[in-house]
Write a protein that binds this ligand. Structure first.
Ligand code: F6P
Length: 323
């Protein structure tokens, strides 16, 4: 193995740059050449592939986003798209790939490996933390701190106006971000797709006469919750409790930006470096994660199909602390 291609794919996440830097520098340290594939699978298809040396990744460890850029590629879902991508990979004499992204990106890498036999290591890069095979994903720590910072600010105005605020956070179909920021932000309620009894807990909160004396509340809702997003909940609660003064805030893509936290930079650096070690050890189609501080390889199939669960203990904790 002489030459490795690295790309970021799917939603960007703070720490992706630190991860690419670690791939490049560990690769060069081990005598490899590294190519950067821009815009994920889109760049693989359109031949947007550049040389990366140790200098090209200087001064990026602290930057959010991904300097390689990213995309969600529909063309790569087609056989023709992948054939074109393979032709470009072959022309650049790339022997193996490092894919930094989420579940959809892993799926693309797995199919590409099955069709063309290009070894690929997947690294968990998403703010959602919803990937099996690692305790934390790159970007998650920064995203929850960003969301928490906003919740603290909302708390100031909620308190001043004696209002109820519904804060919607990202997370696609999972509630990791919502649950963590609800606990850290002292929310009175949290709605996540994994807890089907959470709506009753929120209603209990407003029906409880002792609690109603409280002049303001914050309810955090995960965008993927089955009750709907913040605006739907605002309508429902307003219809049920016309006396409450309710406002909604959708935090949205602000959660994807910003300088990565120390935790994310360290995680990204470790994983980027371990991806090179995995390839040098002959791994072909695995993800690399860190579980209980140990590096873990998970076959693509398992990583894609496996479900990472939110902690029942944290769900209970959020309920207890909101009494
Ligand atoms: O997967 C990361 C994420 O930010 C999710 O939390 C969110 O549902 C989705 O991406 C939004 O995707 P897009 O930026 O393509 O609208």
């Amino acid at each position: 193995m002489k030459r490795i291609g690295v790309y970021t794919s799917g939603g960007d996440a703070p720490g992706m740059n630190a991860c690419v830097r670690a791939v490049v520098r560990t690769g060069i340290y081990n005598g490899l050449e590294i190519k950067g594939i821009k815009r994920g699978y889109e760049g693989m298809i359109s031949n947007n592939i550049i040389d990366l040396d140790r200098q090209s990744v200087a001064n990026i460890i602290q930057r959010g986003g991904t300097f390689l850029k990213t995309a969600r590629s529909e063309a790569f879902m087609t056989k023709e798209g992948r054939a074109k991508a393979f032709e470009n990979i072959k022309n650049h004499e790339i022997d193996a790939l490092v894919c930094i992204g989420g579940n959809g990106s892993y799926t693309g890498a797995k199919i590409f490996y099955e069709e063309y036999g290009i070894p690929c290591v997947g690294l968990p890069g998403t703010i959602d933390n919803d990937l099996y095979g690692t305790d934390f994903t790159i970007g998650y720590d920064t995203a929850i701190n960003t969301a928490l910072d906003s919740i603290d600010k909302i708390r100031d105005t909620a308190h001043s106006h004696e209002r109820v605020f519904i804060v919607e956070v990202m997370g696609r179909n999972s509630g990791f971000i919502a649950l963590d920021v609800a606990i850290a932000g002292g929310a009175e309620g949290v709605l996540i797709p994994e807890d089907l009894g959470d709506w009753d807990k929120v209603l209990n909160h407003f029906n409880n006469p002792r609690k109603r004396k409280k002049s303001f509340s914050i309810i955090v809702v995960a965008e993927g919750d089955e009750q709907g997003g913040a605006l739907i909940l605002e309508k429902k609660l307003t219809a049920m409790y016309p006396d409450l003064k309710i406002r909604s805030t959708i935090l949205g893509h602000v959660q994807r930006g910003g300088s990565p936290s120390a935790r994310d930079r360290i995680l990204a650096s470790r994983l980027g470096s371990e991806a090179i070690h995995a390839l040098l050890q002959g791994e072909q189609a695995v993800t690399v994660g860190i579980v209980s501080d140990k590096v873990v390889y998970t076959p693509f199939n398992q990583a894609i199909e496996g479900k990472k669960s939110v902690s029942e203990n944290l769900i209970k904790l959020a309920e207890i602390l909101a009494i």
